[in-house]
Ligand binder design. Structure first.
Ligand SMILES: O=C(CO)[C@@H](O)[C@H](O)[C@H](O)[C@H](O)COP(=O)(O)O
Length: 205
């Protein structure tokens, strides 16, 4: 492939990402509603529990660090952790209870009803994420999902209070769009805390 064709290919690859990025503005209302619900849970001492498999496991860790150790200096740290960090726990659960239980089991033993459960699945069909959201709902957590395409079984099953979808079926484009979504989620949650008199996190002792 000559240089010209390569450049054309690169242009086409970038252009394929424009529409999903623009479509994000249509998710603004859902994102704002999710942020208000999250801010209320943080206000009441809730923590953000994040999970996903494969590449989405890295998104779960990225989201957790954004909240608990903000990249923007001076922004308040908010309690968040990922269920994808502890290999001993993950392999132990998987070996005995099966992969589908890997996040649900941790939620049952690490989360409280005040918390929020955020599952990341590019296809919307990741079985361990779906199972975890079902469990989180049973436990009374606020449930949120970052998905792609038509939202798969996660959207169809109605297991999440807030479903934020990237408008693409290409998992790479979905994941790129998710990064933008969760950075905006973080930004708007902080808006609720920075406006005087709106919400100030209660420190639960
Ligand atoms: O992460 C990768 C490849 O790096 C995927 O193969 C990933 O493991 C699988 O898609 C998992 O089933 C995750 O599901 P989803 O997030 O794609 O819905």
């Amino acid at each position: 492939m000559d240089q010209t064709a390569l450049v054309a290919r690169a242009r086409e690859a970038f252009a394929r990402r424009v529409e999903p990025a623009l479509a994000l503005t249509e998710e603004a209302g859902r994102v704002a509603a999710a942020c208000h619900a999250m801010a209320e849970r943080f206000h009441d001492g809730g923590r953000l529990v994040v999970f996903g498999s494969g590449e989405a496991a890295t998104d779960a860790q990225h989201i957790a660090v954004e909240f608990v150790h903000p990249v923007i200096v001076g922004k308040r740290a908010l309690p968040a952790f990922s269920l994808t960090n502890d290999v001993a726990t993950i392999t132990g659960i998987t070996a005995v209870a099966g992969a589908e239980e890997v996040f649900a089991h941790q939620l049952r033993h690490l989360a409280t009803p005040r918390d929020m459960a955020l599952g990341v699945s590019a296809t919307g069909n990741c079985a361990d994420v779906l199972r975890a959201l079902e469990t989180a709902r049973e436990l009374g957590l606020l449930t949120l999902a970052l998905v792609g395409g038509d939202g798969g079984a996660i959207r169809a099953g109605g297991v999440a209070d807030h479903v934020l979808a990237a408008r693409s079926h290409d998992p790479r484009v979905v994941k790129e769009t998710h990064v933008t979504m969760y950075h905006v989620l973080w930004e708007l949650v902080h808006v609720f805390f920075e406006r005087p008199g709106v919400l100030t996190p209660k420190v639960v002792t």
